[in-house]
Design a protein around this ligand. Structure first.
Ligand code: BDP
Length: 720
């Protein structure tokens, strides 16, 4: 009898638990709110927040930027506490006080070392003010206040204790930009999140509310500029009608500290019929650009400047007139200089009439021009020497042009990492690049982060993954890449894992049972993609044009360096690209220390092995396995890691709202399938070269190679 009662009791308890769990499953979310969700708090969390946000204090008439900071805090507190806090000018216990030396002159006498915060930094400090216990958010400027407000919200959302705050932060880089590859017809080159966020047709009259939410999200992670249009730019971008449209966007973004920049086509005046050439040394051409810059600044007084893709992939440029990159950049720079604008001149150049290794061409062209660029030109260099691959060694130009400002361009959109379908956390990729030692610089071993921070004009650009999709990025997890990019552009020394933790806490929940597994998934995701797509330093093996799926066999494209076979060079004897002295000698472009390391396969990091070396299939790896066996096992490991991510997510089902859970689960199912496809197709192809048996226990690809080759994807997205 007693036993039966006990059983009944246990059964009831279990039912009750299931019921509360079902009730506790959060309400559906569509992802629009990003990491700025401000969902209602309960119990102790609510009481704690209330105690540290009893009122909002600000004196004086707020500028639009200070007003945005106050509005964000009001919105967040109303969301989390159920009611907006009182606003006033007098400190009270538990108040959040926002102040700059201009709004509160007393601040200057308080020994807060505000000077060190510069024009964009902030401090958060729990302290006594006018005898009251308050949290001070202080900055030299209103934009610093806005960044401080978001930092305070981030601290609170991530579950940090609010009682003893003492944080100060200032950005390490000046330009923290998004690059939109958005076309005027609203298509997006390499975009997987719907149409362009910019509704060019309806602008300037109709200004979507989303533009303001875009600005809030960017300001929350410190992004301070945006290039509105594709680097493959249309000349019409500089027509009066489109300048007016850009001006409307600039007005929406301005209160959030975000400047607008434009990509320009080098031949614009010629194509608009205003000049007879686009020669940068033709006075008529230079005069046209000067007048155009004046016109832009009349409409957008704080316009940031131009981004230029010239003499690259068929785009026009100064070399069409036998002029140098510096000639082209300096002519545009002269037009912008009177207004304080900059020219971001891209180093992503390669030409089909040059038989040189594509990885060498940017360095070959730009290094000799070091010191020739005007002071308001910054050369924008991709993170690696080829093109946004899942993994590349760093670009040899970092640290190699001491008399030229260099900034780094990374891709946030995942052109080569599974579009918006696969989970691949790019925080890990950015961190790997930023921490790479260039063996240059004042200390002889500066990391890329240090090299970037030391530039006269410093910055990073991220090719945006934002579109008109309701969840902004096409998938919930891709929001993490936007977030991580912004946080690392602010602090290039920050940790990708810590950023993943912040993002997961804010976007899903600070509860360790939720955030923990999500951080694990993020942190394993990029390596998984590398392993099932391009392990051991392989690169550029993706399908033609769209870059979707495996196509290592492609050999028939017009330009040699568009063909995957150009990059892997697999034959019966071996695999890999010899970039040493016996090959293209790209290694010689690196600092001597690095060049020495990369010259020998034994000292080359395994992750870059086939990037720098062509090796026999029987080459002995440090693991003791042959290169062939190791390669096959890497493919398998990529698939296994993807399955592990899927398992982690499945276990989270009771703790995540159904809408987001289902969307992520569906994408993970596709990712597992496609990881398997990558693995099978790649092994089938490389085995046709190596003619070697698979290691024991490894499953052969289920289909013959021709079946993989036969797949085609004429409607794959992202081709602009
Ligand atoms: C490549 C893209 C191409 C871009 C180019 C660039 O495939 O669509 O136009 O980069 O950065 O990765 O200019």
């Amino acid at each position: 009898m007693k036993a039966m009662y006990r059983w009944l009791w246990a059964a009831l308890l279990a039912m009750a638990l299931v019921a509360t769990q079902a009730n506790a499953r959060a309400a559906d979310e569509d992802g629009y709110d990003l990491w700025l969700r401000y969902r209602p708090l309960t119990g102790a969390a609510q009481a704690a927040l209330r105690a540290h946000a009893s009122a909002l204090v600000y004196s004086g008439q707020p500028s639009p930027t200070a007003a945005a900071a106050l509005a964000e805090l009001r919105r967040a507190l109303a969301g989390m506490l159920g009611q907006a806090p009182a606003t006033g000018a007098v400190a009270q216990d538990g108040a959040l006080v926002l102040a700059t030396p201009a709004s509160m002159p007393a601040l200057s006498g308080m020994d807060l070392k505000l000077d060190a915060l510069g024009a964009e930094g902030y401090l958060l400090r729990s302290m006594r003010l006018q005898g009251r216990r308050v949290t001070l958010i202080a900055a030299n400027t209103d934009i610093g206040l806005l960044y401080g407000a978001f930092a305070w919200l981030r601290a609170q959302d991530s579950g940090a204790p609010l009682a003893n705050l003492d944080q100060r932060s200032a950005p390490a880089l000046q330009l923290r930009l998004l690059n939109h590859w958005d076309n005027l017809d609203r298509s997006v080159e390499r975009g997987y999140a719907g149409q362009s966020i910019w509704n060019w047709w309806e602008l300037p009259g109709i200004r979507a509310r989303r533009y303001t939410d875009y600005a809030r999200a960017n300001a929350s992670i410190g992004i301070n500029g945006t290039v509105l249009n594709n680097v493959n730019a249309a000349p019409e971008m500089l027509s009066p009608a489109y300048i007016a449209k850009s001006a409307a966007l600039a007005a929406a973004l301005r209160p959030y500290g975000i400047k607008v920049y434009l990509s320009v086509r080098f031949s614009t005046p010629l194509e608009l019929g205003a000049t007879k050439s686009a020669d940068p040394l033709d006075p008529a051409v230079a005069a046209w650009w000067r007048a155009k810059a004046d016109e832009i600044y009349r409409a957008i007084p704080d316009f940031g400047g131009f981004l230029v893709k010239a003499n690259s992939e068929g785009q026009p440029g100064p070399q069409d007139y036998h002029r140098s990159h510096a000639d082209g950049a300096n002519m545009l720079a002269a037009a912008l200089a009177p207004h304080g604008g900059v020219v971001m001149w891209r180093a992503f150049v390669y030409a089909d009439d040059k038989p040189t290794d594509r990885a060498k061409q940017a360095y070959d062209q730009f290094k000799p021009e070091d010191g020739h660029f005007a002071s308001n030109v910054v050369v924008q260099v991709k993170n690696g020497p080829i093109d946004f691959q899942p993994r590349e060694p760093v670009h040899p130009l970092f640290g190699a042009m001491p008399r030229t400002s260099l900034m780094m361009e990374v891709q946030i959109t995942k052109e080569y990492l599974g579009f918006a379908t696969h989970i691949a956390y790019l925080g890990s990729l950015y961190e790997e690049v930023l921490r790479s030692d260039t063996h240059t610089g004042p200390n002889a071993n500066d990391s890329v982060a240090q090299v970037l921070a030391g530039q006269r004009i410093s910055g990073m650009a991220g090719v945006s993954n934002i579109g008109s999709a309701r969840n902004w990025s096409g998938s919930h997890f891709d929001q993490a890449n936007w977030y991580a990019y912004g946080r690392l552009a602010w602090d290039p020394q920050a940790s990708a894992r810590a950023i993943a933790q912040e993002w997961a806490a804010q976007t899903f929940s600070p509860d360790a049972r939720v955030a923990g597994p999500i951080v694990d998934m993020l942190m394993m995701s990029r390596e998984a993609v590398v392993d099932y797509m391009t392990p051991l330093g392989l690169h550029h093996l993706m399908g033609t044009g769209h870059h979707y799926g495996p196509a290592p066999w492609v050999a028939d494209l017009k330009r040699p360096e568009w063909n995957p076979v150009y990059y892997h060079r697999a034959d019966h004897d071996g695999i890999g690209f010899d970039r040493g002295a016996s090959g293209s000698d790209a290694i010689a472009q690196y600092a001597p220390e690095l060049a020495r390391q990369y010259a020998d396969p034994r000292t080359t990091p395994e992750k870059y092995l086939l990037w720098f070396h062509h090796l026999p299939w029987t080459y002995r790896m440090p693991s003791g396995r042959t290169l062939w066996d190791e390669l096959v096992l890497r493919y398998d490991s990529g698939v296994a890691q993807t399955r592990a991510m899927q398992a982690r997510w499945s276990a989270l089902k009771p703790l995540i709202d159904a809408e987001r859970y289902d969307d992520v689960a569906a994408r993970l199912a596709v990712q597992v399938e496609e990881a398997q496809w990558w693995r099978d197709a790649s092994i089938a192809y490389f085995q046709s070269k190596s003619q070697l048996p698979l290691p024991p226990g490894v499953k052969p690809p289920p289909l013959p190679l021709d079946a993989y080759k036969a797949r085609s994807f004429p409607f794959a997205p992202g081709r602009g």
